[in-house]
Design a protein around this ligand. Structure first.
Ligand code: NAD
Length: 436
């Protein structure tokens, strides 16, 4: 490979760029550490597209454009065109040299994203829609040979989990990346605390406690003229096929940390919860408390809640035979105490840096020819959240074996269309809701 590629003519430009990016994806690590390749790769621009141009889509593309050189936002898709226009305005203001997003590469509607996956000149897609679509978008993106950033949760039911496993396997086979939005895995004080635990700072882990308790979440009321489907897509948080309830949509962050600490998913979940303050047509519960039992009889006590005027608490406590590790959410930092309560270690960390680090890691991994594929890990955590939800909704003990191998639950509507009538929203009632 030449150190300095010749400047291509406009006609050659696309195909030679694609060839080079393809080479980067498939190249072996040994080849990639070669300095001449490293110089050449700096000259290859990676072209990014966002699918789901809402709050996090805008945040995620901003993180990528901030953290990476040689990247450009070139396409966007959303149910609503104006979401893409707003995203384009915000990114053009912040990163004028990293945006080339003409009207022709803005796509709307339920299937607009397919234009992005069909475009051979797009290298990386950011999947930031409501969660219910994620497994399908992940698999299609992997089939299209795209590198992917996918927000959490990656599935809201066992059917979606199995699709995630297919996408993970395909990406590994094809040499394309899938990085996920579990940013705490890249936050310095989380990584530092887990390293301390692994090194024996709290002795053997005997159990843990994790909470995601907050004051509430948005509710988007039905607008005049909306079909059932459009309304649910718009107000997605409150419909379980789209959000998975708070335990999946939000508290999966804590569950992912627990799976990280415990080095894999739990064996069983048993839990309870209920609803008191949700709007009439919301399927969400207000709170859930789940006991997860991990191998070795290690119990994780989990709680999530979204109720106005209650005391917030978001963080993780890991109990060991020799001490206790406290990892607070956001920028709260980590600390370890010994059995007497004396602090023996502490570390600060920034969630903002972690949000950017995941995008830097993704792009670096593509460039160095060792694409990161971490979907299974995040799919396991998403399914752990599903398992807890099913335990609470049904009032039954639910096993990992059941959710991975036996459950037939598949929430995604068949023949979804913009104008579709949808079944009447229903919230779960333990003792009535069946475990399927
Ligand atoms: N990692 C984090 O800390 C973090 C923070 C916030 C949100 N999130 C996750 O990001 C995702 C999006 O959340 P948000 O807060 O941005 O929601 P949002 O409602 O602001 O944005 C979602 C966007 O996706 C669009 N959309 C839905 N279905 C689509 C489809 N089929 N094709 C194209 N566009 C579609 C919607 O129109 C909407 O604009 C969720 O999975 C959420 O859990 C992660």
């Amino acid at each position: 490979m030449k150190t300095q590629p010749e400047v291509p003519t406009p006609d050659q430009n696309k195909s030679s760029r694609r060839r080079f990016v393809g080479t980067l994806s498939a190249a072996s690590a040994t080849v990639m550490v070669h300095s001449s390749v490293a110089k050449a790769e700096e000259q290859v621009e990676l072209r990014l597209a966002v699918i789901g141009a809402g709050g996090r889509g805008t945040g995620a593309i901003n993180d990528s454009l901030t953290a990476n050189a040689g990247v450009k936002l070139v396409a966007a898709a959303d149910l609503y065109r104006n979401k893409c226009m707003n995203l384009r305005s915000a990114m053009t203001r912040r990163h004028p040299d990293k945006v080339d997003l003409p009207d022709a590469r803005i796509y709307e509607g339920l299937d607009g994203y397919k234009h992005i996956l069909d475009d051979p000149d797009i290298d990386v897609v950011l999947l930031t829609t409501s969660p219910g679509f994620r497994p399908y978008h992940l698999l299609e993106a992997a089939q299209a040979g795209k590198h992917v950033f996918a927000e959490k949760p990656t599935c809201v039911d066992p059917a979606g989990y199995r699709i995630c496993l297919q996408a993970d396997a395909l990406a590994r086979k094809n040499g394309t990346a899938i990085v996920t939005g579990t940013q705490y895995r890249r936050q310095t004080n989380y990584v530092g605390a887990i390293e301390q635990i692994r090194a024996g700072a709290i002795g053997d882990i005997v159990g843990a406690m994790t909470r995601y308790c907050s004051n509430g979440i948005w509710y988007r009321g039905r607008q005049e003229g909306m079909s059932d489907a459009e309304y649910q897509l718009y107000n997605w948080m409150h419909f379980i096929w789209l959000s998975g309830d708070q335990i999946c949509e939000q508290a999966v962050h804590n569950i992912d940390v627990m799976n990280w600490v415990m080095d894999g998913p739990p064996e069983t979940a048993y839990g309870s919860g209920g609803r008191f303050t949700r709007p009439e047509d919301s399927e969400m519960w207000d709170n859930m408390a789940i006991d997860y039992e991990y191998p070795g009889g290690r119990l994780v006590s989990f709680m999530c809640r979204q109720i106005p005027n209650t005391q917030s608490d978001n963080g993780n406590v890991i109990y060991g035979t020799a001490g206790t590790c406290y990892i607070a959410a956001g920028n709260g930092g980590s600390r370890i105490t010994d059995r007497s309560g004396k602090e023996i270690w502490r570390m600060e960390g920034s969630i903002g840096e972690a949000y950017q680090q995941e995008h830097k890691d993704l792009i670096d991994s593509i460039r160095n020819g060792q694409p990161i594929v971490e979907l299974k890990q995040t799919a396991d955590s998403s399914l752990t959240a599903v398992m807890g939800r099913l335990a609470a909704y049904t009032g039954q003990r639910v096993t990992w074996e059941f959710v991975t191998e036996k459950s037939q639950l598949d929430l995604f509507p068949k023949n979804l269309s913009w104008d579709a009538d949808m079944p009447e929203p229903r919230f779960a009632i333990p003792g009535e809701t069946k475990l399927i």
